[in-house]
Design a protein around this ligand. Structure first.
Ligand code: G1P
Length: 293
C-alpha cells in the first residue's frame, strides 16, 4: 500500500469557555490550568511534536490571549533566570517553545461547535491532511496518542483516524460514539459515528477521544455549516459524511485518558502524572496512602 501524505499540521481548538470548571476558569483559560507544573495545552503540543507535527494552529477565542504568551519568549523572565544561573528553570521555559514561525493563532468568533472551530483553521491547513488535538483529553502513557495514531494512519493508507476508548454505558451520552467493525489489534474499522447519542441508542461503549487525523476534504463538508446535536456544528457529523469516500479507523490507544476539562478528571490527571514524576512521586505516594487510610 502506498504511504499516505505526511501529516505536518495540527489544529488545537482552545476557544471553549470551560463552564465545567468555574469559578477557576472565569479569568484563566481552562487550557492553562497546570497538571503538576505544565499547562494542559502544553501536553497536547508536546504530544503533537513527538508525532512529527511541524506547524501548530490554535483556534482561540476571547480571553485566551495568555495561551499566545505561553508559546512565546518571556524576555524579562529568561534574562532574570539566566543572570541568576537558574539553568533548570530556564530550560523548562525554553524546551516548551515551538520553533519560531511554526505557531499560528486564529479566533473562533462565535461558539458554534467543534466542527466550526476546526473550520476556522481551514486557510492555515490548506489542502493537506492534518491532526486535531483537544487538549482537555490528556493521555498518560508513552508513546503519545497521536504518535500511535500516525502509525495506524500509515498502516491503513490514510483517511480518517481517530482515537477511541471504552467508557461506562452511563457516561456515553456525553461523547461521540463509534459503531465498530472489524478489529485488528488496537485498530478498529469504523462503520459509523454518532454525536452524543442517548444511552439506549449508542452503537457501542467506545467513545471518540479528542484526537483526529483528517483529510482536507472535511472542510468542504464543514462549509455547509450544518448543525447537529445541541444545535452545534459537529465535527462528528462531517466525519460521518466522509464514510465511504475515505477509509475510517479508530485506535484504542495504549495508556490512560483523563478529561482535564472536568474537576474530577483534572485531579486524577494531576495524581497520575505526579506519580510518574521522579521529583513528585516520593512525596505524593505516602500522602495518598495517608488520606486513603
Ligand atoms: C467533543 C466531540 C466528541 C468527543 C469529545 C472528546 O465533544 O464532539 O465527539 O467525544 O469532544 O472529548 P465536547 O467535549 O466538545 O462536547
Amino acid at each position: 500500500m502506498a504511504k499516505p501524505a505526511r501529516v505536518r499540521k495540527a489544529v488545537f481548538p482552545v476557544a471553549g469557555m470551560g463552564t465545567r470548571f468555574l469559578p477557576a476558569t472565569k479569568a484563566v483559560p481552562k487550557e492553562m490550568l497546570p497538571v503538576v507544573d505544565k499547562p494542559v495545552v502544553q501536553y497536547a503540543v508536546e504530544e503533537a511534536k513527538e508525532a512529527g507535527i511541524e506547524q501548530f494552529i490554535f483556534v482561540t477565542g476571547r480571553g485566551k490571549g495568555v495561551i499566545e504568551d505561553h508559546f512565546d519568549h518571556a524576555y524579562e523572565l529568561e534574562a532574570l533566570l539566566s543572570a541568576r544561573d537558574k539553568t533548570a528553570e530556564l530550560d523548562s521555559l525554553l524546551e516548551g517553545l515551538p520553533p519560531t514561525g511554526s505557531v499560528s493563532f486564529t479566533r473562533q468568533q462565535r461558539p458554534l461547535g467543534l466542527g466550526h472551530a476546526v473550520w476556522c483553521a481551514r486557510h492555515f491547513v490548506g489542502d493537506e491532511p492534518f491532526a486535531v488535538l483537544l487538549p482537555d483529553d490528556l493521555l498518560v502513557g508513552k508513546p503519545g496518542a497521536l504518535a500511535q495514531m500516525m502509525e495506524t494512519y500509515d498502516e491503513v493508507g490514510g483517511g480518517v483516524v481517530i482515537a477511541a476508548e471504552e467508557r461506562k454505558p452511563e457516561e456515553i451520552h456525553r461523547y461521540g460514539v463509534i459503531d465498530p467493525g472489524a478489529t485488528s489489534g488496537r485498530t478498529i474499522s469504523v462503520k459509523d459515528v454518532v454525536e452524543k447519542p442517548k444511552r439506549e441508542d449508542a452503537p457501542s461503549n467506545m467513545r471518540i477521544v479528542g484526537r483526529y487525523i483528517l483529510p482536507p476534504e472535511i472542510f468542504t463538508d464543514l462549509d455547509r455549516g450544518e448543525t447537529g446535536a445541541g444545535g452545534e456544528i459537529q465535527l462528528t457529523d462531517s466525519m460521518r459524511r466522509l464514510i465511504g469516500d475515505f477509509p475510517f479507523h479508530a485506535v484504542n490507544v495504549k495508556g490512560d485518558w483523563f478529561d482535564c476539562g472536568d474537576k474530577a478528571g483534572f485531579l486524577q490527571a494531576n495524581i497520575a502524572v505526579g506519580l510518574q514524576r521522579p521529583d513528585i512521586a516520593p512525596v505524593l505516594k505516602p500522602l495518598l496512602k495517608k488520606y486513603l487510610g
